[in-house]
Design a binder for this molecule. Structure first.
Ligand code: C5P
Length: 407
């Protein structure tokens, strides 16, 4: 049993028959020493009594925004929580959370909470598989919410299928994992310098046209934001991207691969980590026309020349003892993802390589979620299931921080 003393868990319970299992989850959390704040929806109270939760947690059950107005209950509960969990989460609660509604104490509190949020859906299979519910779950995942389950198994009324609430011990384990991750990530990169590249380079053909790629910069910006939040001093070398600069990050805008190389080489000796999330064009037009190419002149013949491979160059310097930084590369592939990843890791002499399958619709370019495998030069392999890029960024930095600690 973990030691959860000092941890504060917001336990949201919504109205499904499985709400009785929330009492067991509360018991597990309280037994490990956590302080649990139960918030029941009106629906939940049809299934399980507030007295049960008051008895188990030793705390008042809050169920109305209109109680204790001067205390600003929703803001206070939201701010105090280290992890929030909605167990069970009905289709209605998922919809309200996805839409940002705040029409009862639970949804209002969750809007005020900035801690990790776990939701455990429970409903009949038809409701879970409804396009609206699927979309709501996807929206929540993109936003970084941990959607746990549902499991497949017996449902109410003798039915069976997907929609069963995960068991209390599974929800408990997930809450513990979030608490531990939050604790171990707090300032674990303090005093470190991290250089991140992001976005897709543009290689000019003429003053208005360029060769580009579909990278949005989201993954690299998420790594930069997460590293800064964990205490690092972060330089972000950004190829064109419409994203806002994350707080605490110093941004250096570049356009082409050559400019990116210069910006990286100018800073690399001072940093502890380089995360090369940018999609760098492998080739550029040999010459960019000084004035706009005219259509009437016919199809231009583009002669391409190779761009320098910045990561490989850093890897070669590192092999020669001329660079101390930990090197993290990315590989976007559409087939044989891991085999290419291992090959690239060795060829570029990186320490870590993050491979993602850009052929999938819900991962890779442009979207807010990603599914990756993090390969280590030491043979390690960490699989990160579909999650928000912000969460993937933290998992990558967990690997980085562990290696920095080893020195
Ligand atoms: O070879 P490939 O482009 O797939 O390798 C991807 C990794 O190498 C990424 O980390 C990318 O930022 C980096 N790279 C680079 N310079 C290039 C091409 C790729 O640094 N010219």
């Amino acid at each position: 049993m973990s030691d959860l003393r000092g941890a504060r868990i917001l336990l949201g319970v919504s109205g499904g028959i499985a709400a009785y299992k929330a009492a067991l989850l509360a018991r597990l959390l309280v037994g490990a020493g956590a302080t649990v704040d139960p918030v029941l929806t009106r629906g939940a109270r049809h299934f399980v009594g507030a007295a049960t939760f008051e008895g188990i947690t030793g705390r008042h059950v809050r169920d109305e925004v209109w109680q204790d107005i001067p205390d600003e209950t929703h803001v206070a509960l939201g701010r105090a929580a280290d992890v929030a969990v909605v167990y069970p989460a009905t289709a209605n609660v998922l919809a309200k959370l996805a839409g940002g509604h705040a029409d009862d104490l639970l949804t209002t509190t969750l809007l005020a909470a900035t801690c990790p949020l776990v939701v455990a859906p429970a409903m009949h299979t038809e409701m879970w598989e409804h396009a609206a519910t699927r979309r709501n779950a996807a929206v929540l995942r993109e936003r970084g919410v941990d959607v746990l389950g549902p499991a497949v198994g017996p449902l109410m009324g003798g039915d069976a299928g997907a929609g069963r609430l995960v068991e209390p011990d599974e929800a408990y384990a997930r809450i513990v994992a979030h608490l531990q991750a939050t604790r171990s990530r707090r300032d674990d990169l303090a005093g470190r310098r991290v250089l991140v590249t992001a976005g897709g380079t543009r290689e000019p053909i003429d003053p208005v046209r360029f060769l580009g790629n579909r990278s949005s910069g989201k993954m690299g910006f998420a790594v930069a934001a997460a590293a800064a939040a964990r205490g690092a001093k972060v330089d972000l070398v950004a190829a064109p991207s419409s994203l806002a600069t994350p707080p605490g990050v110093e941004r250096h805008d570049v356009t082409t691969a050559l400019e990116m190389r210069d910006a990286v080489l100018a800073r690399v000796d001072a940093v502890d980590v380089v995360v090369k999330a940018a999609a760098v064009a492998d080739f550029r037009p040999a010459q960019a026309a000084a004035s706009k190419l005219k259509k009437a002149a016919g199809a231009p013949r583009l002669e391409l020349v190779p761009n320098p491979d910045i990561l490989a160059e850093l890897g070669a310097r590192k092999a020669g003892g001329g660079l101390r930084a930990l090197l993290v590369g990315f590989a976007a592939e559409t087939d044989d993802v891991e085999a290419y990843g291992r090959d690239k890791l060795a060829r570029k002499n990186a320490d870590l390589l993050v491979v993602n399958d850009v052929g999938a619709a819900d991962a890779g370019f442009g979207v807010d979620t990603n599914r990756v495998v993090i390969l280590g030069r030491d043979g390690s392999r960490v699989e990160v299931a579909l999650a928000a890029k912000t969460m993937v960024a933290d998992r990558i930095l967990d690997e980085v921080a562990a290696r920095l600690r080893q020195g």
